[in-house]
Design a protein around this ligand. Structure first.
Ligand SMILES: [Zn+2]
Ligand SMILES: [Zn+2]
Length: 149
C-alpha cells in the first residue's frame, strides 16, 4: 500500500512504499508541549520504505539520553518526521501530515498517565501508563495486524 503526505504548504512531500503504518498516540508531556496539542500521533515507518522530497530542514536535539533529528518543511515549518538514536532505521512520521490521516486508527496509546482527562480512549486498543517495553509494543502491533487496522 502506497501512502503519501505533505507539509501544510506542499513544498515538502513524502511517500511510504510499504505498509502497514504503525500508528500510536503519545500522551506524554513532551509530545503535548512540542505538538501544542493534547497528544501526538506518530506513524512508525522503516526508513528504507520512506522517501521525502522537497525543501526540508533538520533540527537536532538531545533528550532522555537520545539524539533526535527533527525534519520540517523549510518554507512553512510543519514538522514532518523525526528519527532517534535508539531506533535507527525507523522514521517517526507526524501522522497528521498523511494524506488520509482521518482514516488512521492508533493501535496503542502510550503515556496515558499524562493523558488529558477529557480524552476518551477506545476499549479495544492497548493502553500503556508510560512507555511500553519493546515486547509490549510488539504485542500491540501484532494485535492491531490481527484486528486488521
Ligand atoms: Zn511546507
Ligand atoms: Zn510522547
Amino acid at each position: 500500500m502506497n501512502q503519501s503526505g505533505a507539509c501544510d504548504c506542499g513544498a515538502a512531500a513524502y511517500s511510504v512504499k510499504e505498509g502497514p503504518l504503525h500508528v500510536y498516540a503519545c500522551h506524554c508531556l513532551n509530545c503535548q508541549t512540542r505538538s501544542g496539542s493534547a497528544f501526538a500521533e506518530h506513524a512508525m515507518v522503516p526508513e528504507a520504505a520512506f522517501e521525502c522530497q522537497g525543501k526540508t530542514e533538520e533540527f537536532r536535539r538531545s533528550a532522555q539520553g537520545m539524539e533526535f533529528t527533527e525534519v520540517f518543511c523549510r518554507a512553512c515549518h510543519t514538522r514532518i518526521y523525526n528519527k532517534n538514536s535508539l531506533l535507527p532505521g525507523i522514521v517517526f512520521l507526524r501522522a497528521g501530515t498523511l494524506e488520509h490521516s482521518q482514516k488512521l486508527v492508533p493501535m496503542a496509546h502510550i503515556w496515558t498517565s499524562r493523558k488529558q482527562p477529557w480524552v476518551m480512549l477506545p476499549e479495544e486498543v492497548p493502553v500503556f501508563d508510560k512507555s511500553p517495553s519493546p515486547e509490549e509494543f510488539g504485542a500491540a502491533v501484532a494485535a492491531a495486524l490481527e484486528r486488521g487496522s
